[in-house]
Write a protein that binds this ligand. Structure first.
Ligand code: NAI
Ligand code: MN
Ligand code: ZN
Length: 339
């Protein structure tokens, strides 16, 4: 089989590798579609501290089960599946409180173990979630990015009454907009970014109001309208955003952080305690595949609004370069396999 392998930072090759045999409790997936994410590009460029090389990247992937390992029901052969990249031990403290996404021996497919930019992958059977027939392949491959939004919103429990502010209209901001509007029916969702084309995409995904905070002051625009956000999500992830969010937030608001910056954020405690703000963080997803599959079944979210490009995997380098360079036109770029 062919796999997209990062041999060393900045060295991508399409390599011939032996077809993996599924181990006990595993299935082999014949992959048809995969999505490119910022973290794939970070591993490619050597900017992911968790990555070990060589590595087959890709943690957003969909395909069909074509072999099962020992102990797995052969009725699963032929099943269409989306694969949860989060592999956890099941018995450590975080696993015992429902947070396998921060398992003390966490393994993420495509980061710590070979992933989905490949013609085939062997994965734990319980990570391969069956996709109902009425959900098309192109939507099924988008389950993983939406699980990030399911995890974020699961922390903050949005309600119809909320006025939400989202920083960043990249793929992560957009999946969050769709969850807040489509699933939680949040009254008002405001999105800020520096790129107008991305703000247009946010509107298409349901944002009620968008603002270019590179051109105007967000604080002034909110003050002018008397708006104090009750829920703030940082999907832009610059370390300076936390203090701004604390300042802008309504008393009793919730703030959710998604960033992995290693730079310090300077914050004033009084701003948090004085308003009794709740600050959450969210990493990957904790058992959210069935949640998002249900959202798709009910038509509450529309992945199509995020997909801007698709490339045959032979052109994976062009696909990643376009994804990295053209934030104005690109959102989700898919790779197709099997041709
Ligand atoms: P992206 O880079 O495509 O989007 C970020 C957007 O934020 C860009 O459109 C950029 O113009 C905008 N931005 C940057 N600084 C801003 C500011 N000060 N104010 C307003 N907008 C600003 O990235 P993507 O894929 O949407 O991911 C967003 C962030 O989420 C990344 O930092 C990524 O590392 C993180 N992430 C976290 C995950 C988690 O599980 N916690 C999962 C996936 C991504
Ligand atoms: Mn991703
Ligand atoms: Zn664990």
């Amino acid at each position: 089989m062919k796999s997209v392998v990062i041999q060393q930072p900045n060295q991508l090759v399409i390599e011939e590798r032996p077809l993996p045999a599924p181990g006990p409790g595993e299935v082999r997936v014949k992959i048809t579609l995969a999505g490119i994410c910022g973290s794939d590009s970070h591993i490619y460029r050597g900017h992911n501290p968790f990555a070990k090389y060589p590595r087959t990247i890709g943690h957003e992937f969909f395909g069909v089960i074509d072999a099962v390992g020992e102990g797995v029901d052969s009725a699963r052969l032929g099943q269409r599946v989306s694969v949860d990249p989060v592999i956890s031990c099941g018995h450590c403290y975080p696993c015992s409180v429902g947070k396998p996404n921060v398992c003390t021996s966490l393994v993420v497919l495509g980061v710590h173990r070979d992933g989905g930019f490949s013609e085939y992958a062997a994965v734990p059977a319980k990570n391969a979630w069956p996709i109902p027939d009425d959900i098309p392949d192109r939507h099924a491959v988008m389950v993983e990015p939406f699980t990030i939004a399911a995890n974020v919103t699961g922390q903050a429990s949005p309600t119809g009454q909320d006025v939400a502010l989202i920083y960043g209209a990249g793929p992560m901001g957009l999946v969050t907009v769709q969850a807040l509007k489509g699933v939680y029916k949040v009254k008002q969702v405001i999105v800020v970014d520096r790129i107008d084309e991305r703000l247009k995409m946010a509107q298409r995904s349901g944002a009620d109001w968008v603002l270019n905070n590179g051109e105007q002051s967000l604080q002034a625009a909110l003050d002018e309208r008397g708006i104090k956000p009750t829920l703030i999500i940082d999907a832009a992830c610059h370390p300076a955003i936390l203090q701004e969010a604390i300042t802008l937030a309504s008393p009793a608001a919730r703030i959710v952080l998604m960033g992995f910056s290693s730079e310090p954020s300077q914050i004033v405690q009084q701003g948090i305690t004085g308003k009794e703000l709740a600050i959450f963080s969210s990493r990957l997803n904790a058992n959210k595949f069935p949640v998002v599959i249900d959202w798709l079944k009910k038509g509450l979210i529309d992945p199509e609004k995020l997909i801007t490009h698709a490339f045959d995997y032979h052109h994976v380098t062009d696909a990643i370069e376009l994804f990295e360079k053209d934030q104005r036109q690109c959102c989700k770029v898919l790779l197709t396999f099997g041709k």
